[in-house]
Design a protein around this ligand. Structure first.
Ligand code: AMP
Ligand code: FE
Ligand code: FE
Ligand code: ZN
Length: 290
């Protein structure tokens, strides 16, 4: 049997993807994926809808989330697979992160609005109700208003950290993120750790701390990880006994990333499911992965 086709990182409109959770799961099945993970930023609100869709399709859904954490000015994304979505500490922290994102987005839009004709209502119009608000929604408003040509242009322009409008949002440390996911019965993986042009977002001493706190794996195959960084990540995985993943980080039409453009090996999937105690994958009828 050919190796299963597994993509463990995708976003829906519950955060900054452009498709409803059910449509994302359907798109994964149409793409021929055997398994997709729903990993919206700082929320598990899409799980129920995605699970209902997966129960009708020959595919396996891994419910997850992507926690926004920060160390200094460096943003570190911690994927959490198969957490208990009702875990009180995780719920409290994700609520706080989403609140902090709202405050920060309003403040950025106030600043942009002093120079360009954009209002907070323009941004809200681009997000579904209750969605985790981020720069992508501001980007979409800028595009709709004709101030930028597309999301990526907005990220390279008005929303770029060097534009003068950028602000970070309140976020826990990566260590706290890893601890929270593990304590909620989930499996933590650092997302796109070598995505920055400035090099890897974590250094080896920090990695050691995260490993001690229960880090499970590293997302090595991701379009934003640079080649040199990937080599280091593979060495670290070997040295610290971490599994590695590969994923698309699909955001619908919001980013060029295509479902399944990077894949995760069956072995890593089995490790994640084996370690998790917070929840279980949703195995649709006829799925090759259970
Ligand atoms: P924020 O967390 O609000 O600072 O926004 C960062 C988010 O925007 C990340 O989750 C990315 O997925 C998304 N993003 C970053 N760069 C781009 C881009 N060039 N085009 C579209 N989305 C992007
Ligand atoms: Fe995103
Ligand atoms: Fe991310
Ligand atoms: Zn992501």
């Amino acid at each position: 049997m050919p190796e299963a086709f597994i993509d463990l990182h995708a976003h829906s409109s519950v955060s900054d993807g452009t498709e409803r959770p059910a449509d994302l799961v359907r798109a994964a099945a149409v793409s021929g994926l055997d398994c997709v993970a729903l990993t919206d930023h700082d929320t598990t609100a899409g799980w129920a809808e995605a699970s209902d869709a997966a129960r009708e399709l020959p595919l396996t859904l891994v419910p997850g989330l992507e926690l926004s954490t920060r160390t200094g000015w460096r943003s570190v994304h911690v994927l959490g697979y198969l957490v208990d979505p009702t875990d009180p500490a995780l719920v409290a922290e994700t609520d706080a992160i989403r609140d902090g994102r709202l405050t920060r987005a309003r403040s950025m839009v106030d600043a942009i609005g002093r120079d360009h004709p954009i209002t907070w209502d323009d941004v809200l119009a681009e997000a579904s109700v209750g969605a985790t608000i981020g720069r992508p929604h501001i980007a979409d408003a800028l595009v709709r208003l004709g101030l930028e040509t597309d999301r990526s242009a907005a990220f390279g322009g008005i929303l770029h950290p060097s534009s003068g409008y950028y602000e970070p949002h309140d976020a826990p440390t990566p260590l706290r993120g890893v601890e929270l996911v593990r304590a909620a019965g989930g499996v933590p993986v650092i997302a796109h750790p070598a995505a920055s042009s400035r090099g890897i977002v974590i250094d080896e001493p920090m990695l050691r701390e995260l490993v001690d706190a229960g880090l499970g794996g590293l997302e090595v195959d991701h379009r934003e990880n640079v080649a040199e960084g990937k080599r280091t990540l593979l060495e670290w995985a070997e040295r610290y006994g971490l599994f590695v993943t590969g994923s698309s980080d699909y955001h619908g039409t919001g980013k060029p990333n295509r479902l399944g453009e990077h894949r995760t090996a069956r072995r890593s999937f089995d490790t994640i499911v084996g370690q998790a105690t917070g929840s279980v994958p949703v195995v649709g009828p006829g799925s090759r992965l259970s």
